[in-house]
Design a protein around this ligand. Structure first.
Ligand code: ZN
Length: 349
C-alpha cells in the first residue's frame, strides 16, 4: 500500500476540535467505501459524484434493462443505491471491484491498483457515461421516432431524451471561448472548448492561491503564438496576438481542479462555500449562486499520497469527510483553506 494516513499529518487535538465520529448505519447518504488497495482516488471521486443529487436522480431513472448487466451506468446506479442504503448489508466492495474492472477495460492502468489522479478518473468516467447515455438516446430515437402513441409515458420519454443534450452534458459540460484579437482589437478567431473539469494552474510563483483570483487570472490576457491573419486589417499577418479566455457557459455542477505548481507541489488553496455566477463569468451581474458540495483533497506527493473527500449531505445539510471507509462530520470553517485538489460547486436553482 502506497497510501499513508492523512490523519498522521493532522494533530489529534485538531481532529478532536473539528470532527466527531459518526455511526454510519443510520445516516442516509453517508456510507464509507473500502479501500481495495490504493483506490482512495476512486473512493473520493465516487463519494463526490454520489453527493450530486441531480446526477444521482437522473442516472437512477435510466431503464437499466437497456444495458448489458456489467456496464458503467448499471454498476454506478448499484453503488449509488448502496450509498443510500441504511442496511448493514453493504455490497459496495463488490461494486467497487466492478467499477475498477470496467475502468481498466477503458485504460489498463486501472487494473494495477496503483494510485491514480482523481481528476483524470472523474473526466474519464463522465466521458464514458455520456457515451453510454448518448447511445441510449439514439436507440430510443430509432425505436420511438415513428411511433404513433400519444400516451403520457411516451411524451415524458420524448421530453427526456430528445432535448438534444444528454443529462450528463446538461449537468457537467461547461464551455470556454478563446478569443484571438489583432493589435487593433479585431476578433480574428474564436475557439470554443468544452470542459467537464476546469483546470486551474499556477502560472508563476506569485500566482494567487485563491479560487476567485485564480478564476480571474485564468480569464486574463495571454498570447497566441502562431502567426495569424486579420481580414479586417487588409489581411495583415500578426505574431503573438492577444488571447482572451472566457468561461461563458457554466453547467449545473461546476468542477475545478488545481494543478501542481512548477515545483510539482500541490499548494493550499483558499476557497469559499459559495460562489456567485459573476465570480466565474466575469463582468456578468446575474444573481445565481453556486454552493460547495464536494471537495477531493490530496495530501502527499504525486503517486505517493492519499485522497479523501468532503461532501455535502443534502439530507441533513452537514459536510462529511470520507477517508475511505471512515466517516466524520466536518466543521464548515475547516473547509476554507486547505489541500483541496478538486472542488464541486452546485448551482442553486
Ligand atoms: Zn485587425
Amino acid at each position: 500500500m502506497n497510501d499513508y494516513s492523512e490523519e498522521n499529518a493532522e494533530t489529534s487535538a485538531n481532529i478532536k476540535k473539528n470532527y466527531y465520529f459518526l455511526k454510519t448505519e443510520n445516516k442516509e447518504g453517508v456510507i464509507g467505501l473500502s479501500n481495495l488497495g490504493n483506490t482512495c482516488f476512486m473512493n473520493s471521486s465516487l463519494q463526490c459524484l454520489g453527493h450530486l443529487p441531480s446526477f444521482v436522480s437522473e442516472i437512477k431513472t435510466i431503464d437499466l434493462n437497456l444495458f448489458k448487466k456489467n456496464n458503467l451506468i448499471t454498476v454506478l446506479v448499484d453503488l449509488f443505491k448502496q450509498m443510500e442504503n441504511k442496511d448493514k448489508d453493504n455490497k459496495s466492495q463488490d461494486i467497487l471491484k466492478n467499477i475498477i474492472h470496467l475502468m481498466s477495460e477503458i485504460n489498463n492502468k486501472y487494473s494495477l491498483y496503483q494510485q491514480q489522479d482523481a481528476n483524470e478518473f472523474i473526466s474519464l468516467l463522465l466521458f464514458h457515461l455520456n457515451r453510454g447515455v448518448i447511445r441510449l438516446n439514439l436507440s430510443f430515437e430509432n425505436k420511438y421516432i415513428n411511433h404513433e402513441s400519444e400516451s403520457q409515458e411516451y411524451k415524458n420519454m420524448m421530453k427526456r431524451f430528445f432535448t438534444g443534450k444528454s443529462f450528463i452534458e446538461s449537468l457537467f459540460y461547461g464551455k470556454i471561448k478563446k478569443v484571438i484579437l489583432c493589435p487593433r482589437g479585431h476578433e480574428i478567431k474564436n475557439i470554443f472548448q468544452i470542459f467537464t473539469i476546469l483546470e486551474l494552474s499556477f502560472i508563476e510563483e506569485k500566482s494567487p492561491k485563491d479560487l476567485k483570483k485564480m478564476l480571474k487570472a485564468y480569464q486574463g490576457d495571454q498570447y497566441y503564438d502562431d502567426e495569424i491573419i486579420c481580414p479586417l486589417c487588409q489581411n495583415k499577418k500578426y505574431k503573438r496576438c492577444r488571447q482572451q479566455t472566457l468561461i461563458y457557459d457554466i453547467p449545473k455542477y461546476f468542477i475545478v481542479h488545481f494543478n501542481k505548481n512548477e515545483k510539482k507541489e500541490y499548494l493550499k488553496i483558499k476557497y469559499d462555500l459559495e460562489l456567485l455566477y459573476s465570480d466565474i463569468v466575469l463582468n456578468e451581474n446575474i444573481y445565481i449562486k453556486y454552493k460547495l458540495v464536494g471537495v477531493v483533497k490530496f495530501s502527499g506527493i504525486k503517486g505517493f499520497g492519499h485522497y479523501t473527500a468532503v461532501c455535502y449531505n443534502h439530507f441533513d445539510e452537514n459536510y462529511y469527510k470520507f477517508n475511505d471507509s471512515q466517516i466524520e462530520v466536518v466543521n464548515q470553517t475547516n473547509l476554507i483553506c486547505d489541500n483541496a485538489n478538486i472542488l464541486f460547486y452546485e448551482r442553486i436553482d
